[in-house]
Every structure is written in C-alpha cells, then in structure tokens.
Design a protein around this ligand. Structure first.
Ligand code: PLP
Length: 433
C-alpha cells in the first residue's frame, strides 16, 4: 500500500477511495521511492518478537533458541524471495550500511590480501623488489573502483572514502541521456582491472532500469566483481541474486513495506569482504551486533507480500504511471519525462519543468495536498541539483526543476486528474506558465 493514496484490487476499497479522492483535504503521498507505510500484517508479524519472543538469538536458553529459530526462518524466506541462499544474507541497518559494507569491505579485503602477501613474502625473506608492483601500488588495477555515474551517495561516497583514505582511483562510468550505463566504457575500464564495479539495478531519481545482467557479464569476463544496489528494485521488480550472478547486492526494507533502518547485503562466499562494524561476530562475522530479530521478520514478511503481489500489480501500476505521465505532459506544456520512458520502474514518473525551481514547485504542491520529491531524498534541503540528471547531461537549471512522483499501488484516475490539475495550478501560481 502506498499510504494515503493507495488503491487496492478490492473494489470496495477502490470505490471508497474514488469518493475520498474528490476530497481536497486528503493528502496524496507520491514519495514511495523515499519511504512508504508499513502494512498492518508486517507489524502484526514482528510484534510478538518485541513483546514475547524477545530473547537474544545468541543466547543458549529456550528464549534465545526461539529467537534464533525465528531469525533463521526470516533469513530463509527473505533469501528465497531474492533468488539467494539463506547463507548469502547479511542483515544490516539499511541500504546505506549494506552499500558501505560492500564497497569498503571488498576494498579492505583487497588491502588485507596485499598485506598478507607482503608479510608472507617477508617471512620467506623474498626481496621486496620481487613482488608484483601492481598488487601494492595505489592506482594499480587492484586499487580501482568503477561506479556508474548515477550511483546513490551510499555507494559514491563509500568509493570516495576509499579514495580519501586509501588512495583508490574512482572511475565514474558515464550514462546516456536516459541514465543507462555506457557498457562500452564499462568494458574498457573493467579490462584495465579493478577491485570492484558498482552498478545500480534501478535509478532512484529517474526510475531507469539498468542493464545489470550484461554489466555483470562484462565485468566478470574481466575478473572484476560486481556490487548491485537493488534498493529501488527489490519488492518492485523481480530480483534474482544468484541468477544475476552478482557478487553482492543491497536491499532496503523501507522501500517495500518494512520499517526504516532495516536492510541487507547479499554476498557470495567467493568474494572476500572485511567487516566495517566490529564486535561479537554475528552475521558471519560481517556485521557484528545483536541481530534485530523483529526487524528481520518484518523484512521477510514485507518482501514476501511485495513479491507475491508483484505480477498482478505491475501491469496496472505501469498503466497508471503512463496515464500520469500523459496527464502531466498535457497539463504542463514543456514538462519533460526524465529517464527511460519504457524500461523504468512501474511506479515511478519523473520530470523536469520549464521556468521553475523544483523545490518551490514541491512546496506549492505540498500546500495543495500532493506530496512528491524533487529527486533524491538525500539531496533535499541541500538545494543540490539531482546528480543523476547532471550525469545525463542536463544543465544545473534543468536538473533543479525536477520532480519525482513514486507510488507502489496503481493510481486511481481521479487521483491522476487531481495531480495534473494541482501541477497546473502550482505552475501558474509560481508564474512559470
Ligand atoms: N541506494 C538507493 C538506490 C536508494 O534509493 C537509497 C535510499 O533511497 C539507498 C541506497 C539508501 O538506503 P537506506 O535509506 O535504507 O539507507
């Protein structure tokens, strides 16, 4: 459900919503890509593990075992819905932490390998000049991170951190005007060697679905492991971790109906990762800290519900998205859809608007009960132009005029009409048309 704006396949609910949507008071929440409501079923499933089954899953007594069994079951279900094995799942505090763990953890493992090689060679009293220089010097093939130019800051800033503290070279792979990664450049750069390549599955700002499967093959042909940020994809479009053959993959619970502050990194054992949170060695030693059992159950149940309804939901969801795009482009001459018009997330419509600042438009729409976003939730308040749009070649002014409408259930036609009318009214109020 998309909070206040959700419609369901249940006719009764649709009828009551159609009546509701004529009410000027009702807010239309169109920011599901930022966060969304937690369904009652998810709260119901997790609550017993806050109130009764509250034991620490590492404890050996009966309460601990109950919690451990629940955690195991949640992990197994969660893995199945992502095409993964239970042992692939490292629960984290969200998408940001999972991206940090993948990017920093894989690079730090590389540094550890090099240190161990040096130490082994030193103890065998091999002369230092006999080492392969490429394995130890900064900017060697082993010290490069390839990232698409449209990665989320959780990935881009982790790569930047590796540059700042360990002198890794960060290579940004360009995208085209619809935000698709340039696979030719990726191939060229991968062949030069790299510690890791990061390619998101679906873009948060413009909704474009990236050619990740081809990107993984290109990188693997060059022996470069791949991290996939699937935060906007999981629970919305199918994600098959093992089928994709990615090395690591991030998901975030609050994008598909779990509470905020919950996520996971899926990892293959073939890729070495150093933990970035040290402690008691939980989560295969990759994420110490007492596991959030109730949170893991929320993740598993929310994901399962999102995946179970996906096939039935996505055609009407995409149809309502296309109706919204048409209505907005008709209501506001000069409004331009951003991202791939077809191969995009089914509940994601993003635009630039002429002669207006996106934040001003957002505030005016909010006053009319329409809640949207001006791009990435992370950039809001900093008055920054959305990075994806700049990477796609838009000017700063164009990028700053952007708005994103995102929803997880099909929009009712009365809602679409209301959004288009409100946009037109806002544009007029702001003297933009
Ligand atoms: N990656 C992408 C593509 C995102 O859209 C987001 C959040 O919007 C994140 C990572 C960060 O996830 P979280 O909010 O769980 O930290």
């Amino acid at each position: 459900m998309t909070g206040q704006n959700a419609t369901s396949q249940d006719t009764q609910t649709q009828e009551s919503q159609a009546v509701q949507s004529d009410s000027p008071e009702r807010e239309l929440y169109l920011d599901a890509a930022a966060s969304d409501a937690v369904p009652a079923s998810v709260i119901e499933a997790m609550t017993p593990f806050l109130t009764e089954g509250y034991g620490n899953p590492s404890s050996v007594h009966a309460s601990g075992k109950t919690a451990a069994r629940a955690l195991d079951a949640a992990r197994a279900s969660f893995a199945t819905d992502l095409g993964a094995h239970a042992g692939d799942v490292i629960f984290t505090s969200g998408g940001t932490e999972a991206d940090n763990l993948a990017v920093k953890g894989i690079a730090l493992a590389q540094i550890r390998r090099e240190r161990e090689t040096r130490a082994a060679a030193a103890s065998a009293s091999t002369p230092a000049r006999a080492f392969t220089p490429a394995s130890a010097s900064p900017h060697s093939p082993a010290h490069r991170i390839l990232i698409s130019a449209v990665e989320h800051p959780a990935v881009a800033q982790s790569a930047q951190w590796l540059h700042d503290f360990f002198d890794f070279e960060v290579v940004r792979i360009p995208v085209d005007a619809q935000a698709h990664i340039d696979l030719n450049v990726l191939s060229r750069e991968a062949q030069k060697g790299a510690t890791l390549a990061c390619i998101m599955m679906a873009n948060n700002e413009v909704g474009t679905i990236e050619p990740v499967s081809r990107a993984v093959r290109i990188c693997h042909d060059a022996a470069v492991p791949v991290h996939v940020d699937a935060v906007q994809a999981a629970g919305t479009i199918p994600v098959d971790f093992r089928g994709l053959d990615a090395d690591t993959l991030t998901v975030s619970g609050h994008k598909f109906g779990a509470p905020k502050g919950l996520g996971a990194l899926l990892t293959r054992s073939r890729v070495a990762i150093e933990p970035i949170v040290s402690g008691g060695g939980q989560e295969r030693g990759l994420r110490s800290g007492t596991p959030n059992v109730a949170g893991a159950i929320a993740l598993a149940v929310a994901l399962h519900e999102a995946c179970a309804g996906m096939e039935e939901r996505n055609a009407p969801l995409a149809a309502s998205r296309d109706a919204l795009i048409k209505a907005i482009c008709e209501a506001v001459p000069g409004a331009t859809l951003t991202g791939d018009p077809v191969n995009r997330l089914p509940g994601h419509a993003s635009f630039t608007f002429p002669n207006v600042n996106g934040e001003a438009l957002l505030v005016d729409l909010d006053a009319r009960g329409i809640e949207v976003s001006s791009g990435s939730a992370c950039a809001i308040g900093r008055h920054e132009a959305p990075g994806t749009l700049l990477a796609m070649g838009l000017s700063e002014t164009e990028a700053k005029s952007a708005l994103r409408f995102s929803f997880r259930e099909p929009l009712h036609h009365t809602d679409i009409r209301r959004i288009a009318q409100a946009l037109r009214a806002s544009m007029t109020a702001l003297h933009a048309m």
